[in-house]
Design a protein around this ligand. Structure first.
Ligand code: MN
Length: 422
């Protein structure tokens, strides 16, 4: 599609290495200093006010209403489905292309439409319906299996037959920058002593990507792998925090609970699946062969470079991992097909996360559990301290971008400072 043409340039200045060239045009929710909130996009270091574009008549040929842009969530806009949001991104691409003079000829409109990024507070972009977390990175599942079982039985017997997942907690998904207190919970520190309640001692990040859905089908119907792309709006960076000590004690037999639900942080920008099309790649060969409802055609994986850094207070950051979304075993189409294969419905604004994304090499692992190998390999920090897990006052920063033909389509970052337990 034209909006993805790598030769496109904008009349808005885009700094070199920006995550937000004209080929991206992600969606988010922005609030100005007076608390006035609206749907926004972004180009370079400028935020595009979509409500202003609507009010000034630049979007009048599209199937939207004022309410879709004068909103505190993207949900209304997303109800227009793939065709609606695609037409919107295509229109933004036209309006901001260097050969288009509709806005640039009306210079008095520009200050209303383009806001400086540091004058806008970015909010959580969608009202999250349900949250599902998968476990779809083979290396991550293998590493965890090696640590807690043994290398010969690292993957559970079901793992290569279905994308394992669980239902998470939507209420505690918050936007990047929201401070987080260290969670408290029940832990069994010594096998021969009773459990205790207190601050988590093994706080960990999980490097993930989430996809966000459009409205689905009625309860009882399923979405096939072929149809899945039409139900996925876009993707965002996602830090799916874990309290490893709480998790270890509570998870048997029903799985993740309070060790996961205390907070999850999402980046403010949803990058559309359309903008990610140029970065599609083939995934790993799936062996054994999957059941027919999980078969798919075409390249359904995406090449997204991912990074996690830890910044101790009053010090510089240290990159602790470099991974890539292309390493996933199960792709989004298979995840969504599996999720709905029993007739479970999805709603607009559901978030479905990948699971921790670990690459095949050391240095590419997506959690401190793996990076420090259960705490046996501490990471040295620039300030002389060591990390096995995350300390109070640390800031954990995740970044991600795709790059091809000198076009970089990025996701911004998820940055969170950990505060002491309340
Ligand atoms: Mn997770």
């Amino acid at each position: 599609m034209k909006a993805n043409d790598p030769t496109l340039k904008s009349w808005v200045e885009v700094p070199a290495n920006s995550d937000f060239p004209i080929q991206n045009l992600p969606f988010g929710i922005g609030s100005s200093a007076d608390g006035d909130t609206r749907v926004v996009s972004r180009i370079g270091d400028m935020v595009i006010d979509l409500r202003a574009l609507w009010l000034l008549g630049y979007l009048e040929d599209l199937d939207f209403t004022m309410k879709d842009f004068d909103s505190t969530t993207l949900n209304g806009m997303m109800r227009k489905g793939k065709e609606g949001t695609r037409s919107l991104r295509n229109r933004l691409s036209d309006l901001f292309s260097s050969d288009n003079t509709e806005i640039s000829a009306n210079t008095e409109h520009i200050p209303q439409i383009l806001l400086e990024i540091d004058k806008v507070t970015l909010l959580i972009p969608v009202c999250v319906g349900d949250y599902t977390d998968f476990y779809s990175s083979e290396q991550h599942a293998y590493n965890v299996g090696c640590m807690f079982r043994d290398p010969d039985n690292a993957l559970m017997p079901n793992w290569k037959h279905l994308p394992v997942g669980y239902h998470g907690r939507a209420s505690s998904i918050v936007v990047s920058g929201t401070p987080m207190h260290r969670p408290k919970g029940q832990q069994k520190i010594n096998d021969d002593e009773p459990p205790v309640f207190g601050p988590c001692r093994l706080l960990d990040f999980e490097l993930e990507m989430t996809f966000v859905t459009y409205e689905g089908k009625p309860l009882g119907d399923s979405i096939s792998t072929e149809e899945a792309d039409d139900y996925i709006f876009g993707m965002a960076l996602f830090n799916d925090w874990s309290a490893r000590d709480i998790q270890k004690w509570e998870y048997i037999p029903l799985g993740p609970f309070l060790a996961k639900s205390f907070a999850t942080h999402v980046a403010p920008w949803i990058v559309t699946l359309d903008a990610l099309e140029p970065f599609r790649v083939a995934g790993p060969v799936q062996d054994p062969k999957v059941l027919p409802y999980l078969e798919f055609s075409g390249n359904k994986h995406i090449d997204i470079n991912l990074q996690v850094a830890i910044q101790p207070e009053n010090s510089t950051e240290k990159v602790v991992t470099n991974s890539n979304y292309k390493h996933m075993y199960w792709n989004m189409n298979q995840q969504l097909a599996h999720h709905t294969s029993n007739g479970c419905n999805i709603n607009v604004g559901d978030m479905m996360a990948s699971g921790t994304i670990s690459g095949p090499e050391e240095g590419q692992y997506g959690s401190m559990l793996e990076v420090s190998w259960k705490g046996t390999k501490p990471v040295s920090m620039p300030d002389g301290t060591e990390r096995r897990f995350i300390n109070d006052h640390d800031t954990v920063i995740m970044r991600g971008y795709s790059e091809k033909d000198n076009v970089r389509v990025g996701f911004g970052e998820v940055s969170v400072k950990v505060l002491p337990a309340k």
